[in-house]
Design a protein around this ligand. Structure first.
Ligand SMILES: Nc1nc2c(ncn2[C@@H]2O[C@H](COP(=O)(O)OP(=O)(O)OP(=O)(O)O)[C@@H](O)[C@H]2O)c(=O)[nH]1
Ligand SMILES: [Mg+2]
Length: 290
């Protein structure tokens, strides 16, 4: 656990900007520099706006930027592995229950990661891929499958939290998450939240709703890792490749983010990125736990 002093240093106050996150999902795109990982000390390695732009690396706590070499970058990401990275094996997973409201979530001091993203982006599939079990989290081809806050306890020591998706316009009113109260009750107040994994579909060009979401998290100082999903999907002829979509997303983020968030390419179909994402999560978790 963090010390009291560290908690104060790393904690943040609820937003002064009452944007109703994801209620309408039409909040303005901020140009304010944002810090995607306020709970972690980090640095950027690149100098401002080089042409062509150099990748901006996520340098984790405890790693000296001067010691960074290209070999230390996790493939398909901008993430470096630091001394807090540890055992990332998943030996056991238990479904601990579903909650309708944040206040019903388990009262527990174990750290957690929340899966956030558009309906159908692959949040539940990614959980199954991470824990290497097919049906721990229920998935569907149709958007709107996950409608509650589902807590999965991993190795009896940390949680993966599956959330309903946003941006599913056709969901019946009864199935829609009240994002306005959820954000206040969960993202802004959940003390055990190590980071949000913001899932973005790499098989489509950047969507405003996802950029808006990333902005909201940054503006509210909520630690975030961008997880690009469906990187196996390569459209023949028409449409752009995942690499291009990810690059465009990075460029759009770069306009608004002073410090680049960690990002990683994944596929639940092929397992791409699974081990590296778990390793990254281990360093975030171990630092938080320290
Ligand atoms: N090709 C491919 N398909 C994927 C991948 N991840 C998820 N899918 C498919 O996308 C669909 C939606 O996946 P889910 O995991 O249910 O998506 P979700 O984000 O949990 O959706 P909601 O619960 O509606 O918010 C399913 O048909 C999955 O098989 C991926 O990496 N590659
Ligand atoms: Mg789901």
């Amino acid at each position: 656990m963090l010390t009291a002093a560290a908690r104060i240093r790393l904690s943040f106050s609820p937003s002064l900007n009452p944007s109703p996150f994801l209620t309408t999902l039409s909040f303005p795109f901020s140009t304010t520099p944002l810090n995607p990982n306020p709970r972690l000390p980090h640095h950027i390695s690149a100098t401002p706006k080089p042409t062509p732009p150099k990748p901006i690396l996520f340098i984790p706590p405890g790693l000296d930027p001067d010691e960074v070499t290209d070999q230390m970058i996790l493939p398909g990401s901008n993430i470096l592995v630091g001394p807090y990275a540890g055992d990332s094996k998943i030996k056991q997973v238990e479904f601990m229950g579903s909650s309708v409201r944040p206040k019903d979530c388990p009262k527990d001091d174990r750290p957690e990661f929340a899966m956030l993203g558009r309906s159908n982006v692959g949040k539940s599939s990614l959980i199954n891929t991470l824990v290497r079990k097919k049906e721990v989290a229920l998935t569907s081809k149709k958007p709107g499958k996950t409608q509650l806050i589902n807590h999965f306890l991993v190795n009896k020591s940390w949680y993966l939290v599956d959330l309903p998706g946003y941006g599913f316009a056709n969901a019946p009113e009864s199935a829609r998450m009240d994002w306005s109260s959820f954000t206040k009750g969960y993202f802004l107040n959940r003390e055990t939240l190590v980071a949000v994994l913001l899932l973005v579909d790499a098989s489509v060009p950047p969507q405003k709703i996802d950029l808006d979401c990333a902005n909201w998290l940054g503006r509210n100082n909520i630690a975030m890792t961008l997880v690009f999903t469906k990187c196996d999907k390569i459209k023949g002829g028409k449409g752009k490749r995942p690499d291009d979509n990810i690059k465009s997303f990075q460029e759009l983020i770069r306009e608004s983010y002073k410090i680049h968030p960690p990002w990683i390419m994944t596929s639940s179909a092929t397992g791409l990125g699974r081990d590296n994402l778990l390793l990254h999560m281990s360093q975030l978790r171990n630092y938080w736990d320290n």
